[in-house]
Design a protein around this ligand. Structure first.
Ligand code: NAP
Length: 641
């Protein structure tokens, strides 16, 4: 195809609001933004901000001329001045963006093509003090690889220990049919990597595993990983100010590694939670496995399959396997909210990829748009209005309006099966639990002749099936647990002994808390990623959160180098005040509602998972560690060996 023809095809696929901003870069003229009809985004709208088709055509034609002129030699306009950039942000968001978002969003935009979160070198500071600093990263998943890259860029000595034989973490372990991410690919990706050609709008598990393998390879990180090595315990040696970490290889070889600091990047939703509370658990005689430990050796074709759970994992594997099995019984305790996402399984189009590759700044603004629309742009709908006295199944007028819309959409899908309506419509507020991306395949699967949705309580697991509270035996050949993860048991796979030999889990007593999800008093130079209260629920990509967390941790290491202190640990009063603020805000969110039980809450009923504030607040809080938040132990600064 000629370049002109490719351009014309691409323009047909363009996201027009994004194209309008690319046009500003091409021409230096932002006048068309002022004359444009206001963008109105609706949950089931065209994604184009409801711009009239004729207007869209005008923009395509202008963009075509401007792009060809640029290709013909006209240079790009200079980067827009701050006021214009601000107007561009407001325009594409379809609303005025609050002022304090501007620096945050500017960093996301990274207009100059640089990597704004790249750390400054720390090595020279260490050298000037004649010090060394060795960091042990635990885990080579998304966060561990990111930590490794940033430490490498800062010139800090590090090593990664990974229990698996490959990188990728959750994307290596979750191999169930239909597994894919529920964040758009252009957002569920590192900000500093080329973000061009994704095969799908929402990446599948194999695509993401390839991506993380590619990142590890491109940045030469694999050489730093000890694969197939499990951490059993980490113990802080107060006399030497180092961590001693007991590791074990698969063939049983034990070793103690020594490090000045630990970055724990062990993930959080990766320890399967089996429903051992159900009577008869373990009695089933046929193959039984968890979604995250999928047994691909079991041929499901023609089998009677029982599935317990209807969370995000079951939501994906049930539609994927339903056509193959003879019969499937899905046991649902609580229905999920379905967030309308018609393009959830769509491949990216050639046109979209062309624009992202070729149209100046299109990739940046497209990511920015996804970021805003999918994150803080919808946060407000999940916030509880303290004055709300309407529908008790909602937490605010906005939340209730969205609820009504979502229910209508579910009912439309069930026009031919009204018997399912009551079963699948949640009675808890929207946003109370993780919403799942709906393109229709879930309800289609439940409507199949060979699928039954059972909402009676599971009473017992029998050798040949599942017995419900009404005494009925639902016979099955295979039992699949879609019962989620031991989410509240943070860092559950190893013991961590801090000052005075205190073990972290014993300190937590089932109620994990940390400062900014990263550090805990009494555990010097120990930093966590995806720690307590850093999970985002409705709003955003965990990769963004990891990027913030890693920047903060590298900032902490910089503080150690700068100050000459051997150790740093967060002050208890700072930690406690932060947690009080988090708890108060979580109580004001849909997921904090007393009518909701979910894995966001621990056994004590406290929301230990969720970051309850807008994303911008985590970004701000993690820009730089405040030295006043920490006890810096300067007396014991360690001289280089
Ligand atoms: P989950 O959301 O915790 O779902 C577990 C399901 O099992 C729930 O429906 C739960 O019911 C049910 N369950 C648990 N114990 C039960 C019992 N004894 N009897 C009957 N039902 C029982 O787990 P998940 O689906 O694996 O997802 C976990 C998280 O992983 C997600 O929220 C998400 O953050 C992440 N994830 C993301 C994706 C994605 O990106 N698309 C995909 C998969 C997972 P209740 O609701 O009543 O507790």
């Amino acid at each position: 195809m000629s370049e002109d023809a490719a351009l014309d095809e691409a323009l047909k696929a363009a996201h027009i609001p994004t194209l309008m901003l690319a046009l500003v870069h091409l021409t230096g003229d932002a006048g068309h933004l002022k004359d444009a009809p206001p963008l109105v985004y609706e949950p089931l709208g065209d994604g184009q901000g409801s711009l009239p088709p004729a207007y869209q055509e005008t923009i395509r034609a202008k963009a075509r001329d401007a792009y060809l002129a640029h290709k013909g030699g006209r240079p790009l306009a200079a980067n827009p001045p701050p006021a214009t950039l601000r107007a561009m942000m407001d325009f594409i968001a379809g609303m005025p963006i609050p002022e304090h978002y501007v620096p945050f969003l500017l960093e996301e935009l990274a207009m100059d093509g640089a990597d704004p979160k790249r750390p400054a070198p720390i090595a020279p500071k260490l050298k000037a003090r004649g010090r060394s600093l060795k960091v042990l990263i635990i885990g080579a998943g998304m966060s561990g690889l990111l930590s490794a890259l940033r430490l490498k860029q800062a010139g800090i000595d590090f090593e990664i220990v990974e229990k698996n034989d490959d990188v990728g973490g959750t994307w290596l372990e979750n191999l169930y049919p239909g597994c894919r991410v529920d964040n758009p690919s252009h957002m569920y990706s590192y900000s500093f990597e080329d973000n061009h050609v994704w095969p799908y709008l929402f990446s599948t598990q194999p695509v993401l595993l390839d991506y993380f393998r590619g990142v590890a390879k491109r940045h030469d990180l694999r050489a730093h990983v000890r694969f197939g090595t499990t951490v059993d315990e980490a113990r802080f040696d107060e006399a030497a100010n180092v961590w001693r970490v007991a590791v074990r290889t698969k063939d049983g070889k034990a070793e103690t590694l020594v490090a000045d600091a630990i970055v724990s990047a062990v993930g959080q939703l990766n320890q399967p939670r089996y429903p051992s509370e159900i009577e008869g658990f373990g009695a089933f005689k046929g193959p039984a496995f968890h979604s995250a430990r999928w047994d691909h050796g079991v041929d499901l074709k023609g089998k009677n399959v029982a599935v317990i759970g209807t969370g995000a994992s079951a939501f994906q594997f049930v539609p994927a396997i339903a056509p193959d099995v003879a019969h499937m019984t899905v046991f649902q305790r609580t229905p999920p909210w379905l967030s309308p996402t018609p393009d959830y399984h769509f491949p990216t189009s050639e046109g979209m990829n062309w624009l992202i590759r070729n149209m100046p700044f299109y990739d940046k603004w497209y990511r920015f748009w996804l970021f805003w629309m999918g994150t803080d742009g919808i946060y407000e709908a999940m916030k509880a209005d303290p004055a709300w006295d309407g529908n008790p199944r909602a937490v605010s007028q906005l939340n209730d309006d969205m609820r009504t819309l979502f229910i209508e959409l579910m009912k439309m899908q069930l026009a031919d099966r009204p018997d399912l309506v009551e079963k699948v419509i949640p009675t808890y507020p929207l946003g109370g639990k993780r919403m799942v991306r709906d393109n229709g395949v879930w309800l289609e699967a439940l409507k199949r002749d060979n699928v039954d949705l059972v909402t009676d309580k599971v009473a017992r697991i029998a050798p040949d099936g599942v017995v419900t509270a009404d005494g009925k035996l639902h016979k099955a050949d295979v039992l699949i647990y879609g019962t989620g993860f031991k989410a509240s048991s943070f860092l559950d796979t190893y013991k961590i002994y801090g000052r005075g030999g205190v073990e972290l889990h014993e300190k937590w007593q089932g109620d994990a808390r940390a400062y900014l999800g990263v550090s805990v008093p009494g555990f010097p130079n120990f930093f966590m990623l995806y720690g307590p209260n850093t999970n985002i629920v409705v709003n955003g990509s965990i990769i963004f959160f990891s990027e913030c967390g890693v920047r903060y941790i590298v900032g902490c290491l910089d503080l150690l180098a700068e100050s000459g202190a051997a150790t740093m640990e967060v002050r208890k009063d700072v930690h406690d005040a932060f947690n009080a603020r988090v708890d108060a805000q979580n109580a004001r969110m849909a997921w904090g509602s007393p009518h909701v039980s979910s894995w966001y809450k621990n056994a004590l009923g406290r929301v230990s998972q969720n970051w309850p504030f807008p994303n911008v607040e985590y970004w701000q809080a993690t820009l730089n560690p405040n030295p006043d938040d920490f006890v810096l132990d300067g007396a014991k600064a360690k001289a280089a060996a």
